[in-house]
Write a protein that binds this ligand. Structure first.
Ligand code: ASP
Length: 343
């Protein structure tokens, strides 16, 4: 039977055209995208589309868009074999990460893609990205199950796990990397699937649940030389948040001065959830390696292991949206929920 795919168009460069009056890129409608990619008609796939209104530059993405996306996928879940989401690259890793936590019990592909050059320009990467994403979202294995029942990003011939991805280049076609997790698939003459890595649901016929309540009371503190106690206090203590992602150096190290540790202890005592995420793109937090990391651990900071900041944010939004119990959230943060950390 013919596969059917829903392409969800949220905006982004892939569907933008130059506005001659202002000289800036603005979104155009989905039918024009399809006109630019007649190759999609050659697939034995039924393609429907859903266009968000308004179309946005993904720099304007808000958690409400994720709620709309998760709700749409849940409501149309039984009608399609897979979903392709056209999205701007700037926040694609955030959206893919958060959706992976929101779509509980997912057993179908949800493939994000976009492009660095608009689809209408001659050297666009948008065509290859869109065609590859549709092919992957509709691919089935020998048993008739979807080959990649995960939230992922297809970009520049690589399929990356959504919650492991991060935007790496503002210019190159390989805009995304996933340093702590190899690609789930690579497109050459054929699409080669890294079958051992791809997560499979325990039961294929399980009901999809969309978690639509997100608690967004999270701040991010990027530790840097010269950071002052005043700045740190405003982010960690004075902001009305429930959790703070502390972006540390290397394997989870930070300033070892008393003023820094005192503020961390104060935040912990006030009940805040503190998560240590490394500023490095590759590798993991290991708070047992250096004295500075060990001190943070003793001040109540949890290890984010090799999670990305994007995934940490989405994971916190979802877990805190599910429960008011910070102890439960802390326990769940250290577990691998959908492939976002290496265990
Ligand atoms: N600013 C654009 C966006 O994220 C960039 C892109 O799509 O590549 O929507």
């Amino acid at each position: 039977m013919k596969s059917s795919i829903l392409i969800i168009y949220t905006g982004g460069t892939i569907g933008m055209k130059e506005d001659p009056a202002e000289g800036t890129l603005k979104p155009f409608d989905f039918s024009q995208i399809l006109e630019e990619v007649p190759e999609l008609g050659k697939f034995a796939v039924k393609i429907d589309s859903y266009t968000f209104d308004p179309l946005i530059d993904s720099s304007d993405v808000e958690p409400s868009l994720w709620v709309s996306l998760a709700t749409l996928i849940r409501d149309r879940y039984e009608d399609y074999d897979g979903f392709v989401i056209l999205h701007g690259t700037d926040t694609m890793a955030y959206s893919a990460s958060t959706l992976s936590f929101m779509l509980d019990g997912l057993s179908k592909p949800v493939v994000f893609t976009g492009s660095q050059l608009p689809i209408g320009v001659p050297r666009t990467d948008g065509k290859e990205n869109l065609i590859g994403a549709v092919e992957i979202a509709s691919a089935k294995d020998a048993d008739g199950h979807p080959r990649v029942p995960e939230v992922c990003i297809f970009f520049d011939s690589k399929l990356l796990r959504g919650n492991r991805s991060t935007k790496y280049s503002a210019e190159a076609f390989n805009a995304f990397v996933s340093p702590n997790c190899p690609p789930l698939a690579e497109a050459g003459i054929q699409i080669r699937y890294n079958t051992d890595l791809i997560r499979k649901p325990v039961y294929w016929d399980v009901q999809l649940r969309a978690q639509t309540h997100l608690d967004t009371r999270v701040s991010i503190l990027k530790v840097h030389p010269g950071m002052t106690a005043q700045v740190m206090r405003s982010v960690l203590i004075e902001s009305p948040t429930r959790a703070c992602i502390i972006e540390t150096y290397g394997s989870g190290n930070a300033i070892s001065k008393d003023w820094f540790l005192d503020i961390v202890r104060e935040a912990d005592r006030s009940g805040k959830i503190l998560l240590n995420v490394t500023q490095c793109k590759a590798g993991t937090v290991n708070m047992d390696l250096y004295a500075t990391g060990a001190t943070l651990k003793h001040c109540g900071v949890l290890s984010g292991a090799d999670i990305t900041t994007e995934a940490a944010l989405g994971k916190l939004f979802c877990l805190m949206g599910r429960s008011d119990n910070n102890q439960w959230v802390k326990t769940m943060l250290e577990k691998d929920l959908c492939g976002e950390i290496s265990k």
